[in-house]
Design a protein around this ligand. Structure first.
Ligand code: NDP
Ligand code: GDR
Length: 326
């Protein structure tokens, strides 16, 4: 039975990946941080097969212990401070976890693997946010990185460090440059879930306003369940590498609002939406759209859920959640 260790198991992607690997017959382990993590119960309920190990990306020895106890064949580094807006407010913490945390886990894997550095395969959760002020459209693996947020800079560090460990030590270390991916499990701080939750409440007469920032930014949005499959496929390749994972379609926040409000029969959302500068960013990433040609050709990966299906999945799930009193 192959085994895998996931950092960030309590997050959106961690949960989907854990389910994906359990379904494939893996012995799945997760790193969980904090003395009483409120999301532990969620992991235990959704994926009871997972074994949890205390650890933190800022604490190298805790990662060494998790590796020793889990003995994984594959390590997926999904842990991060992942909210871009927050990264300006806490740039140091973001760098500590999202940048230097990658160095810690790479170093832990290298030391753990000993004489055979490629024995433990490694996945790094890189991000389209690294493209920032985009230098070409669409963005692919070779596009120059121009990050526009402390988060983007931290991810660029982790991305290059992953490549460096691959080239320096011969590790089987791959980096997935994933574009935005969403689901009913998306954190409520991200714009898609903020919208789907608000639309659910408005449709049920429980709210009448949604306050947002920039409505003109464009993102390449896919479904998280599809994207964790791409992560797994990367680690099954004989050679490690870097892959863009994206749908190749881009939509604005306004487009998202059109479809989300449309799901509950509201054609004109303007009366419900107010813009507040508090939600604008010091530097914006205006437009992202990925070229996932390499993932399609080498990994045989393609997205299965359309933008419209994704938005409606999220709105309907939130309506059910509100009705159930969650
Ligand atoms: P989430 O924000 O949902 O999850 C982040 C995870 O990181 C949580 O499990 C969190 O644990 C964990 N974490 C935070 N700080 C630490 C730490 N110090 N030590 C160990 N773990 C920590 O993110 P997603 O699931 O959406 O994303 C997964 C990864 O993919 C992240 O690295 C993100 O930056 C990256 N990414 C995401 C994209 C997306 O669109 N979703 C696109 C591209 C990249 P806790 O519950 O304890 O806070
Ligand atoms: P992003 O996602 O920054 O792309 O990072 P987010 O959903 O936070 O923002 C997307 C776009 O929406 C605009 N926006 C708002 N965003 C939020 N959160 N709240 C608002 O009220 C709001 N109004 C407008 C933003 O300005 C932005 O342009 C996500 C994260 O998952 C990262 O970890 C990941 O690496 C990237 O996607 C790819």
């Amino acid at each position: 039975m192959p085994s895998a260790l996931i950092t960030g198991i309590t997050g959106q992607d961690g949960l989907y990946l854990a389910e994906h690997l359990v379904a494939k017959g893996y012995d799945v382990h997760g790193v969980i941080r904090g003395q009483n993590n409120p999301r532990r119960e969620l992991v235990e309920r959704l994926v009871p097969e997972v074994r949890l190990h205390n650890g933190d990306l800022t604490d190298l020895s805790s990662l060494m212990r998790a590796l020793r106890d889990a003995e994984p064949d594959e390590v997926y580094n999904l842990g991060a401070v992942s909210f871009v807006a927050y990264s300006w407010e806490n740039a140091f913490v973001t760098s500590d976890v999202t940048a230097f945390g990658v160095l810690n886990i790479l170093e832990a894997v290298r030391l753990h693997a000993g004489d055979d550095p490629a024995a433990v395969r490694f996945y790094q959760a890189s991000s389209s946010e690294m493209f920032g002020k985009v230098q070409e459209v669409p963005q692919s693996e070779g596009t120059l990185l121009w990050p526009r947020s402390p988060y983007g800079v931290a991810k660029a560090y982790g991305h290059h460090m992953t490549i460096n460990y691959r080239e320096s030590y011969g590790m089987h270390a791959s980096s997935g440059i994933l574009f935005n991916h969403e689901s009913p499990r998306r954190g409520p701080e991200f714009v898609t879930r903020k919208i789907s939750q608000a639309v659910a409440r408005i449709s049920l007469g429980l709210a009448d306003e949604l306050v947002l920032g920039n409505l003109d930014a464009r993102r390449d949005w896919g479904f998280a369940g599809d994207y964790v499959d791409a992560m797994w496929r990367m680690l099954q390749q004989p050679e490690p590498g870097d892959y863009v994972v994206a749908t190749g379609r881009t939509h604005s926040i306004r487009d998202f609002l059109d479809v989300a409000f449309g799901c509950v029969g509201i054609a004109d959302w303007e009366p419900y939406v107010r813009q507040d500068p508090a939600f604008m960013r010091p530097a914006e990433v205006d437009e992202l759209v990925g070229d996932a040609g390499r993932a399609r050709e080498v990994l045989g990966w393609t997205p299965t859920i359309s933008f419209e299906e994704l938005v409606s999945m999220m709105v309907l799930a939130d309506i059910e959640a509100v009705k159930a009193g969650w």
